[in-house]
Structure formats: C-alpha cells, structure tokens
Design a protein around this ligand. Structure first.
Ligand SMILES: [Zn+2]
Length: 335
C-alpha cells in the first residue's frame, strides 16, 4: 500500500446528507493542486472530506501507517493530533522533553498531507515562549493546552498565547469538567477565557463545548463577537470544538443551542473525537458522527453546513481567513 499518496475514503461516514462531501479523487486532486507548507502539509484550504480536530498522542513509538489506516476506516480526510502530555517530571521529563514530543507527534502525522501535528504545551513553563518558537520552526501547526496548575489565562500564560498569535498558530484548550481526580473544575469554566480578549488575533478553540457549562461556552462565544463593537477587529477568534465530553442525553440539547442561538457560528464549530493515535477507535468516532448527523438533520442543516462543521471550520481554525466580516450579536437588555 502506497501511503504517501493518500487514499482516504473521503465523504461522510454515517452522513445523513445525500451527497457525500467529496470523492477520493476530489481529495487527491485538491492535494495535488494545494499550496504546501511546513512538513509538506496542505495549507490555505483543506481538501474535501471530514476532519477530526481533536486526537491525542500517548507515549510510545509512532505508528503513522496504522493511524492513516484508521482514518480511512473512519472515513476521515485528516485532522489535528496533539503531542503527549507535557506535565511530566523527574526522570520522565527527559524522556518527554518538548523537542522529543514535537518530533514524536510530527512522525505520527508524517504519512498524510492533511494530518496536522500540534504541540501540547505547558504555558506556565518558564521557557514556554522559546518552546513555541522552536515548535513552529519544526513545523508544528498549532497548540494544545490543559492548564494543570491554575487558571488557563493569567499573567504567566498571556505572553505565550501572544507568541502563538504572532506565529498565526491556533490553540485548542480543554474546557469543561476534567476527570483528573482533583478539585479543578473552577479552572475550566468557559468564562475564564475572557482574559484572551487581551490577545487580539489569536484563534482558539474551547473543547468539549465546555460540558457541563455549554450555555456559558456559547455565551462567551457571543461576548467575544460582540467585543468587536468595543475593540474593533482586534478581538480573538473563538471556535467551539464539539469533542465529547457531552453525554448523549445532553449533547443533542447542547448542539441544538450552538446552532440555533443566532450567533454567527458558521465555520467556527469543529468536530473532534478525543481518540488516541495508537489505538484510534473507529467505532467511537463513527458512532458520534452518526449521532451528530442525526441532530443536524433534525435541525435542518444542509450539506453546506455539514461541510462547514467537518471541514471549513478546521480550515479556518488552522489557517485563519481573510474574510473577517462577522455579524455582531447585541443581546437585548445587555448594555
Ligand atoms: Zn482531549
């Protein structure tokens, strides 16, 4: 099997839309014509297909062939993979130095032009800004943060996020309850990210629709859009990453609210699975895709919307957009 030329089954695993989003050929043609960036990845516009924007690398030897095969099986065209957790200490810290973790995730992503390596960074590390520079130089396409030791946005981390914005690289945050065996929930409530208003030009995503604080997540999304009135174009661009998280009985409600609240969320809501690269759970992903597609069908979202959720949002998240015109919500009674 020639893995250098990708043959993912592009289109909709479990899609309810009648037209598949694209054929393999369309994907191959798009890759051929596409502009290539660091590590030979497609940049600017993503080829047709569905993308999984939230996948984790666990410690161990990369097996990029297996990952590509799993993507094929799940009907995915590509996605974002996050390097292993950086919060390791003692002897393990050497084994998991930033440089090694970056090389490792790059290797995991190496057999597809549309699997993008992200570096999971500890923004409180004293040399975090230098690590951002090094990661970008090595070809990292974005960052992941689960702030383990405090609020996600503070004086320590703001310069690090500014550095990412400077490099035009996005960042996915864990938001919502974290089952880490510690009293940490206060740190993960979406309102904590309002501090990113001081990082204009940053593109960031809150994962898991911040479950169980989905309403708060949507409200923060609206607030940041509305902040354009006070701050001009200089506000960060927020994305919602729908990675579960949300148990099914809450998920339909959460997705319904996201897509009917009336805010300008088009191209700002992405799908993610939270799978691992070393044992990508195809059934898990296709099951969630099927579930979400059924909700979207009920909401009357057409194939254009499906393409927005499964591809264009990830494209905009990764590369930004020249089109910054957004419609600004002005909630009644809130001044
Ligand atoms: Zn995750």
């Amino acid at each position: 099997m020639n893995l250098s030329r990708r043959t993912f089954i592009v289109g909709a695993a479990g899609a309810v839309g009648t037209t598949a989003l694209a054929s393999n050929k369309a994907y191959d043609n798009a890759v051929k014509k596409a502009k290539k960036g660091a590590l030979g990845k497609v940049v600017g516009s993503l080829p047709p297909g569905r993308y999984d924007a939230h996948i984790h690398v666990y410690p161990g030897e990369p097996n990029p062939e297996a990952l590509v095969k799993s993507f094929e099986k799940a009907g995915l065209a590509g996605g974002c993979i996050f390097s292993e957790c950086p919060n390791v200490f003692g002897d393990n810290a050497k084994k998991h130095s930033p440089e090694k973790s970056i090389d490792n995730v790059i290797k995991w992503a190496s057999l597809s032009p549309t699997i993008y390596p992200f570096y999971w960074i500890n923004p409180a590390a004293p040399d975090a800004c230098d690590i951002v520079d090094m990661a970008v130089e090595k070809g990292i396409y974005g960052f992941k943060v689960i702030r383990a030791d405090g609020r996600p946005v503070d004086d320590k981390s703001l310069p690090v996020y500014n550095r990412m914005a400077y490099h035009n690289k996005p960042i996915t945050f864990h938001s919502g309850i974290l089952w880490d065996g510690r009293p940490s929930s206060d740190n993960f409530r979406p309102a904590n990210w309002e501090g990113l208003l001081d990082v204009p030009k940053l593109r960031f995503a809150l994962a898991h629709i911040s479950w169980p604080w989905c309403d708060e997540c949507i409200a923060v999304f609206g607030k940041l859009l509305n902040a354009i009135l006070a701050r001009g174009e200089k506000v960060p661009e927020m994305f919602i990453d729908t990675t579960p998280g949300t148990p099914k009985i809450y998920r339909k409600d959460a997705l319904t609210k996201v897509f009917t609240v009336g805010y300008d969320i088009r191209d700002h809501v992405m799908f993610g699975s939270d799978c691992r690269t070393d044992r990508y759970n195809v059934n898990w992903t296709t099951d969630w895709l099927k579930f979400d597609d059924a909700v979207y069908a009920e909401l009357g979202l057409d194939n254009g919307w499906l393409d927005s959720i499964y591809r264009k949002s990830v494209e905009r998240y990764l590369f930004g957009s020249a089109d910054t015109k957004r419609s600004i919500p002005t909630p009644d009674g809130i001044v």
